[in-house]
Write a protein that binds this ligand. Structure first.
Ligand SMILES: [Zn+2]
Length: 70
């Protein structure tokens, strides 16, 4: 897993401030025993988390495009 850095604003944040991970349509779990960060799983700061959850039916790439068009 990567540290909590927002997928949208690239802000490094503390989980105690809110935010979290969102699984998008392109989420693929890592193979058993493999260490790393799975595709389609992204961190969002408190400010961007709720909107990210609304966009989770999209792929992470589409979600980022939708964020930047708002
Ligand atoms: Zn953010």
């Amino acid at each position: 897993m990567r540290p909590p850095i927002c997928f949208i604003c690239r802000k490094e944040f503390s989980l105690s401030d809110g935010g979290g991970t969102v699984r998008f349509a392109d989420y693929e779990p890592l193979p058993k025993g493999q260490v790393g960060h799975p595709d389609g799983l992204e961190w969002f700061c408190e400010e961007h988390y709720n909107r990210a959850v609304e966009l989770k039916e999209h792929s992470s790439r589409e979600a980022r495009a939708l964020f930047s068009s708002e």
